[in-house]
Design a binder for this molecule. Structure first.
Ligand SMILES: Nc1ncnc2c1ncn2[C@@H]1O[C@H](COP(=O)(O)OP(=O)(O)OP(=O)(O)O)[C@@H](O)[C@H]1O
Ligand SMILES: [Mg+2]
Length: 228
């Protein structure tokens, strides 16, 4: 059985959460499962030919096999490329975790797997008092941590893994995303991450610039352990 839902977090913003979420959707979609991506909160719109869109929402939709309403897949979207709590405040909106959990529950009824992508890192604020961690706790899904492999990532990865455990969630697996083609001592850094992160390595995404990239060779079975 595949996990009914996964929450994708990362060591920072821009480390490959969307890429990994899309890969998970495409991998399980290709195996015949009904899959849908969810981005509960997104900020930073793209304006092209007078049309506003949000890249993450579009990428996840393109990787999904279930066509669900935008309001369920993405309850909160803000045009300004700001931290969600500031973007929401400027838009005069309040991010309601109840709306997000209800949307996710509805998606789970329509799909075998819902892949939920967080915004920013684990403690990215979504209101004056709440962070992405509160959102993840409300959804109560196993977590996949995307480590953007670059200088400084070990500290970010260990801090994030510790925070996930502290917040009572299960770190089901982590992914090494090779976002820096100039990174030195990759093998040694990978060995350190593998020995210190108390979670299995789901796989490595190689450096592949552009929007077309190969589906990574993940250890898909690892996530079966976290099926719920
Ligand atoms: N392995 C890779 N090789 C080359 N480019 C990559 C790789 N992974 C991600 N990128 C690029 O880096 C950028 C950030 O990736 P992505 O959007 O997946 O990050 P993110 O963590 O989802 O960011 P955000 O916090 O904005 O949601 C994108 O332009 C993406 O195409
Ligand atoms: Mg993203």
């Amino acid at each position: 059985m595949i996990p009914g839902g996964l929450f994708i977090t990362g060591t920072d913003t821009g480390v490959g959460k969307t890429r990994v979420a899309a890969a998970l959707l495409r991998g399980w979609g290709a195996r015949g499962h009904r899959v849908v991506g969810m981005k509960p909160v997104v900020s930073g719109a793209v304006l092209q030919d007078d049309v506003v869109s949000w890249e993450d929402v579009d990428i996840l939709a393109a990787a999904s096999t279930v066509q669900a309403p935008l309001t369920l897949r993405n309850p909160y979207r803000f045009e300004a490329a700001l931290s969600p709590h500031i973007a929401a405040q400027r838009a005069g909106q309040c991010i309601d975790l109840g709306v997000i959990t209800a949307s996710c529950a509805s998606l789970r009824e329509q799909a075998d797997l819902v892949v939920v992508e967080g915004a920013g890192g684990w403690y990215a604020p979504i209101s004056d008092t709440k962070t992405m961690a509160d959102l993840a706790r409300a959804l109560n899904l196993p977590v996949v941590l995307v480590v953007g492999v670059r200088l400084g990532c070990i500290n970010h990865a260990l801090l994030t893994a510790e925070a996930i455990r502290h917040d009572g969630l299960s770190l089901a697996a982590w992914v090494a995303n090779m976002i820096d083609p100039e990174m030195l001592a990759v093998a040694e850094n990978m060995a350190t991450l593998q020995s210190r992160l108390a979670a299995p390595l789901l796989g490595v995404m190689s450096w592949q610039p552009g929007i077309e990239y190969d589906l990574p060779d993940f250890e898909w079975d690892i996530l079966f352990e976290s099926a719920q």
